[in-house]
Design a protein around this ligand. Structure first.
Ligand SMILES: Nc1nc(=O)c2c([nH]1)NC[C@@H]1CN(c3ccc(C(=O)N[C@@H](CCC(=O)O)C(=O)O)cc3)C=[N+]21
Length: 283
């Protein structure tokens, strides 16, 4: 039986510690969130984030965009937020409506306000493993915090990341690489047999593809560490990408869904928002 990587409990502790730090700093961090209200995942996340931010003393401003919004219009919103000194962090929730080039928008965020680290500057820092402080996308950064908290050794280990999105897979692979894991990045064009072949020897598997039961216990190595970044709704219940019942019998550690990576994402976003406010204070 695997040890549960309890993201819910850990995130609670992180948020309590953060609330103290925000208070002590005397700063008034404010996070602006640009999002598509028609997207179910985005709407859900906005609500959870608002409540969590309020509890730690971070103000939020939510900016809903229309269905037919253009890239130019969103770039204007971002430029105004960049210029507003009361806004210390900017989060553009992906995906924005169809016509918008999300990556172009991410890269327009002032690097010091880019709390999800998705712009070209912060991504470059991460991919180059550059020295200094910079934000990293909240989901993969939250996964790293959780692995560290549970003392999971990554050095030289075989890690497989499934999914290569801007928000998850790409930065996840970079973080694991920077932590000296031996990283394989699999994605939608990885042939099934090739994926199964790398999975069977993997010490650490991190998956976020959005397909329920995508990975099952029989496909993984005994004692593997399993991190589930997936969020699917099956018969009205939230489930991840890993078939939990079969996988937990073989894994050494496993994240539940809900209560694993999701709450860590929110706590990390808030930490990044506070760090951004601190760095702007110093300037
Ligand atoms: N730039 C950007 N960064 C993001 O990090 C980002 C985004 N855009 N767009 C939308 C998705 C969605 N997302 C979630 C984060 C936490 C939970 C979460 O806390 N879920 C809980 C509850 C799940 C439930 O019960 O429904 C859990 O897993 O336990 C969910 C979803 C971040 N996203």
């Amino acid at each position: 039986m695997a040890t549960i990587l309890d993201g819910k409990a850990l995130s609670k502790d992180l948020k309590i510690a953060l609330a103290d730090k925000v208070k002590e700093s005397g700063l008034s961090p404010k996070l602006a969130v640009v999002f598509d209200p028609k997207n179910d995942g985005s709407r859900l996340y906005v609500g959870m984030k608002q409540r969590a931010a309020a509890k730690v003393g971070i103000a939020t401003e939510d900016i809903a965009v229309a269905d037919d919004v253009t890239t130019e219009a969103v770039l204007k919103i971002v430029a105004d937020l960049n210029a507003d000194p009361s806004v210390t962090g900017i989060l553009v929730q992906a995906p924005l409506p169809e016509a918008v080039n999300d990556q172009q928008v991410f890269s327009a965020i002032a690097p010091e306000k880019d709390v999800d680290g998705l712009g070209a500057f912060n991504q470059g820092m991460l991919f180059g493993d550059q020295p200094g402080e910079y934000a990293v996308a909240a989901t993969p950064q939250g996964v790293m915090t959780m692995l560290k908290h549970y003392d999971i050794d990554l050095h030289g280990k075989k890690a497989v990341v499934v999914g290569r999105s801007q928000l998850f897979g790409r930065p996840m692979a970079a973080l694991l690489n920077n932590a000296n894991a031996t990283v394989t990045l699999a994605h939608r064009y990885t042939p099934r047999e090739m994926l199964l072949d790398v999975l069977k020897d993997a010490d650490i598997v991190v998956v976020g593809v959005g397909i329920a039961n995508f990975i099952t216990g029989d496909q993984i190595k005994d004692g593997a560490v399993l991190v589930d970044v997936g969020m699917n709704v099956v018969d009205g219940k939230t489930t991840g990408d890993i078939e939990f019942a079969s996988a937990e019998k073989k894994a050494s550690f496993i994240t539940p869904v809900p209560g694993g990576v999701g709450p860590m994402t929110i706590a990390t976003l808030l930490e990044n928002t506070f760090a951004a406010a601190l760095s702007q204070e110093k300037n």
